[in-house]
Design a protein around this ligand. Sequence first.
Ligand code: PLP
Length: 461
Amino acid sequence: MEEKINGTTKTCAADTWEARDVAHIWHPAAQMKDYEELPPIVVDRAKGVWLYDVYGKKYLDVISSWWCNLFGHCNPIVNDAVKAQLDKLEHVIFANFSHEPAIRLAEALAEIVPKGLTKFHFNDNGSSAVEAALKMAFQYHVQTGAPKRKKFMCLSEGYHGETIGALSVGSMDLYAKLYRPMLMESIHIEAPDCYRCPYGKNRGCCACECFEHAEKAFADHAEETAAIIVEPLLQGSAGMRVYPELYLQKLRKLCDETGVLLIADEIATGFGRTGEMFACIRAGISPDLMTVSKGLTAGYLPMSVTCTTDAIYDAFYADWNEGKAFVHSHTFAGNPLACAAALAVQHIFRTQPIMPNAAVNAKWLTKRMEDELLPHPNVGEIRHIGLIHAFELVADKQTKTPLDAKKRTGYEVYRRALKRGLLLRPIGDVLYFNPPLNITQAELETALSLAKSALLDVLPM
Ligand code: PLP
């Protein structure tokens, strides 16, 4: 294997970290053959927005390491909280046992989640939280006299994780197509597509005409449906597709009218990513179930929570012999170290002007990105919500014709960005910034300049 580092070619001898990695590790979401040409970047340490590899080369992590890292790497407050917890209690069974960090975290969450969510079920990753939400919705109906409600609705291009249940309510072929024979049959509703609006409307100036697809699906299937699951306001894995608050408001109303439960998957959007603490709050709605992970622990430790209402919780509350308990567990549920990290996150939100600063920087970044990238003939659109900013590469700006996917242009831009010291992971031909909320304008400026150079390396003007 060969890799150019700081201009010089480095051969991966058998004893390098890279060679030892690929000898045994099967990386996530990867064609491992790609690693022949682009060996793994072996990270040694990190601070703030910067990752440092074992050769001392640094990379600006503008994607928050898969959208998790809320306040920069090795944040001193979160570090101290986890270290202090480590000397007290590292893990304990969470069935019939509890501990102070979990109790205090549940109280802290109760204060910030959308109104009406009062009960918190702990899990250990995003997909598990989604599985728990689906099972809770199903069981709720069984135990409240509507056992015919067995199906789930979801939006096209939606993503909710990669376990079998979560894939069943995901609509992205990339992840789900091959496994369809193994999945449960869900009702897939055509999602809003504001960039290529089929109704010819412009982003932000519509009456959500596309909601007619949801109305039709509800008219046909509401009676057999337990719940609909959506990524509120932002379909992240679909390519950072931002859609209007009105869509969610209409959906909440339709769910109320039909008894279908609304599951908001805020795993990507939660904790300030959309400019409010939760996307549902931004849209002025409350879901019946809500899943959170990623930013929950600022990306420090794997943890997720499925939040729900008293009404749902009460449907499970009975004598043991009635068989109504939610018999669902994950070994690391409520891990004290993860809870300590999550409590530190809440402390930072309460004591530092994170959200107002991020709002100022978001506005500034929109302008800077539009100035720097939009003039490029292959940048079709810049879409944004909160600090998340994405640009979509197209073959023709006027017709919005996509690039030939087989050319993997986004992946090439990613590779060039890495060479220049920027971690800018692509979703197809969509590239995005989803940085820590406390990133500075100077750091964003550096990221923008590196991204522009990488783009020009691949698609010169
Ligand atoms: N739901 C959404 C909206 C996500 O973005 C993700 C991960 O990116 C998940 C669920 C799955 O979370 P995990 O990867 O922790 O299983």
